[in-house]
Design a protein around this ligand. Structure first.
Ligand code: GDP
Length: 426
């Protein structure tokens, strides 16, 4: 049985925590898209971790963790993350890196930075970890697969072909030094040694696991709004953030995904740049306070440290976000954060060109959308760590049920704190 845990919004919804929670009863956890450009925060008995590329099941000895072919694999970052967690006392995890995954190369990182520099003020606020150039190269068919590392003639040839194009760009578009082919080749051989023990046939492994009836968790990165097809293009990421992509990027058969758990936060946050549409944004003093109180240490990017933009819960975006994920249920995180508020607003509609709608629009119309809010009473107390839904204050339950009705998906998990056990399961 395959379950996907994915974001309904702009990322940072608290997927890491929910994955960590559900991983306990799973056999396999798979990363199927994205790279080390975002991070999950996981707090468990070993400590506090920001995972960027490793699947969230690595803390459990009974789980096989898979980095699927849909991932942008930065081997150096993977090796560092493994060394870091093991340095904090986590036992050597069971990990399979797909031989079909492609390598995020040093020139992708450089190109990302050069392109941001070239765009100047019109940049999209990339994390500069090479993700957009990586996926561009994959679809331009100049990428290098993990399996190529183990065929040296082929590796040399693939690298040569990639650099032919890359170095023209570097020298003539960006006016930067070209990459040295031989040095890069030697670097790849060193990186190969670091992942060799983990490389395997993830496709065969996952299909056998499905046939054997194992419980498999697909762990999404970012959220619906960042999907290049169904999100707020072009202020999106470059890989598909939707559960459906798990069928390609993990991969599992489409018919095997039985449960799609869409994670959404009790308020909104987005790490994107200030030019992005973020309709329900709260700015000024009130925004600063929400940002300070949000998450477990304030709303600052797990990978970048950037302050996140914050806002009220956006029911228009979240209903759409759950719809495109095919959500079977939702998990609502960070409810505890809102305990200080007298009143809580929920964005229940958008006004676009003078007309109110609850249908999430395409980007040009989204840029003109103004929020229509419904105000609900707060509960004015600390609910952190409550594990019985019935023990939540009435106004907190009312808030959850109001959101549930607006997004049209049952909220089965309500998270009341960052730690693994701080949840009410309804
Ligand atoms: P992810 O990328 O979706 O996993 O999200 P992040 O880890 O970047 O952001 C979620 C933040 O919220 C992290 O700091 C978590 O520790 C924290 N968090 C998750 N669930 C809760 C919760 O229910 N309450 C509080 N206060 N923090 C939470």
């Amino acid at each position: 049985m395959v379950k996907a845990i994915v974001g309904a919004n702009w990322g940072d919804e608290g997927k890491g925590k929910i994955t960590d929670l559900l991983a306990a009863s799973s056999d396999v956890v798979v990363r199927f898209q994205g790279g080390a450009n975002a991070g999950h925060t996981i707090i468990n008995d070993y400590g506090r971790f920001a995972l960027h590329i490793l699947p969230s099941g690595i803390f459990y000895p009974h789980i096989t963790n898979v980095i699927g072919n849909g991932v942008a694999l930065d081997i150096a970052k993977l090796a560092k993350e493994l060394a870091d967690i093991m340095g904090q006392g986590v036992p050597q995890p069971n990990l399979i890196v797909s031989e079909r995954a492609q390598l995020l190369m040093p020139y992708h990182v450089l190109q990302d930075g050069y392109e941001e520099e070239r765009l100047g003020g019109k940049a999209f606020g990339s994390t500069k970890s090479g993700i957009a150039p990586f996926y561009s190269d994959k679809y331009a068919k100049t990428g290098i697969q993990v399996c190529d590392l183990f065929d040296e003639n082929r590796l040399r040839e693939r690298l040569h072909r990639a650099l032919e194009v890359k170095n023209v760009l570097f020298e003539h578009l960006y006016h930067k030094p070209p990459m040295d082919e031989e040095a890069l080749y030697q670097q790849l051989l060193t990186l190969r040694e670091q992942i060799a023990p983990f490389v395997g046939d993830a496709v065969g492994f996952l299909h056998s696991a499905v046939t054997a009836g194992k419980t498999i968790l697909l762990e999404g990165q970012l959220g619906s709004m960042k999907d290049p097809d169904l999100g707020i293009f072009p202020m999106t990421t470059s890989s598909h953030t939707l559960a459906g992509y798990g069928c390609v990027g993990a991969p599992v058969p489409p018919t095997a995904i039985e449960d799609v758990i869409c994670v959404t936060k009790a308020y909104s946050s987005s790490v994107g740049s200030h030019t992005e549409p973020f309709v329900s944004e709260v700015t000024g003093e009130a925004g600063d306070e929400l940002r300070r109180r949000g998450g477990d240490r304030g709303e600052f990017g797990a990978t970048t440290g950037r302050p996140r933009r914050v806002g009220w819960f956006d029911a228009v975006a979240t209903r759409y976000g759950c719809m495109v994920q095919g959500a079977t249920q939702a998990a609502l995180t960070c409810l505890d954060v809102l305990g200080y508020l007298d009143e809580i607003k929920v964005c229940t509609g958008y006004e676009i060109d003078g007309v109110e709608t609850d249908v999430f629009p395409t980007t040009p119309r989204l840029m003109r959308a103004k929020p229509v809010f419904t105000t609900l009473p707060g509960w004015k107390c600390d609910i952190r760590g409550i594990t019985e839904y019935s023990a939540l204050p009435e106004n907190a339950r009312h808030y959850v049920e109001f959101l549930e009705e607006k997004i049209g998906v049952p909220i089965h998990i309500v998270s009341t704190g960052p730690s693994r056990h701080e949840n009410c399961v309804r």
